[in-house]
Design a protein around this ligand. Structure first.
Ligand code: ARG
Length: 254
């Protein structure tokens, strides 16, 4: 009898221990800027898209809960560098400057900077932006590689001015109301914005090709290799399925 009690007690203790474990599962915080469909956008009160899906898969395999913080694009890299967030996933391009501040995972997607113009625009190719006498108002999301490219190649080179917006959505809105001549942004969000708004088109000549990766605190090699491990198991089919899931066109209301 005593023995049975002891076994029952041990079992009960073990179960309690398990329950405690499950409850105290640690959380990884992902920072993003959710105005970038199909990578991340807001649906209801949820941040959804390819990046949240990959992040959820990564966290699940690593045994963490996932929390997503939607904040300004400009503050993502510094927030990860300071340890405020565990990682950033935001269609984030790997650049030399950013590599000084955070460590990146392996690449999980490719992005291309493209130019959105009104359908009746005089700008018909990327070269027109650098033509003699060009003087265009170019919209970008502040702090993005589109901002960096436009600032260096257009504003600093004397081919026009750059207007910096908090979100890509805001930049496209300004384009639809005639305040800009074009918007420079990554290709997949561009397709999404153009599909959601009449009268816009994407120039066929793309600008720069880039790699997207997950950023985390510099030197956090444990997290980095765990993330890379999960990413390496992801097939092109997995990725395309996420893309299909996220392909729903987002109307421009924000
Ligand atoms: N790929 C560009 C960059 O890294 C734009 C990313 C914008 N991402 C976003 N979630 N708003 O600068």
């Amino acid at each position: 009898m005593k023995k049975i009690l002891a076994v029952a007690l041990a079992l009960a203790l073990t179960l309690t221990a398990f329950a405690a474990c499950a409850e105290s599962k640690e959380t990884l915080t992902m920072a993003t800027n959710a105005s970038f469909p199909p990578y991340e956008y807001v649906e209801g009160d949820q941040v959804v898209g390819i990046d949240p899906e990959i992040a959820a898969a990564v966290c699940e395999k690593m045994g963490y809960d996932l929390e997503i913080v939607d904040t300004e694009f400009d503050s993502l890299i510094s927030g990860v560098a300071s340890g405020k967030y565990d990682f950033v996933m935001a269609g984030m391009t790997v650049t030399e400057e950013r590599k000084q501040m955070v460590s990146f995972s392996d690449t999980y997607a490719t992005g291309v900077q493209v130019v959105i113009v009104p359908e009746d625009s005089a700008i018909t190719s990327v070269d027109d932006l650098f033509a003699e006498g060009a003087d265009n108002a170019v919209g970008v999301q502040q702090g993005t590689t589109g901002d960096i490219c436009a600032t260096e190649d257009i504003e600093d080179a004397g081919f026009g001015t750059v207007e910096r917006f908090k979100t890509g959505t805001d930049a496209v809105l300004a384009l639809t109301t005639g305040k800009l001549d074009c918007v420079i942004i990554d290709n997949e969000p561009a397709k999404n914005f153009v599909a959601a708004n009449e009268g816009l088109t994407i120039l066929e000549t793309p600008w720069v090709e880039e790699d997207y990766a997950i950023g985390m605190k510099k030197g956090n090699t444990a997290l980095q290799s765990a993330i890379n491990e999960v990413l390496s198991t992801m097939t092109a089919d997995d990725y395309n399925a996420m893309m299909d899931d996220a392909i729903s066109v987002q109307p421009l209301s924000k």
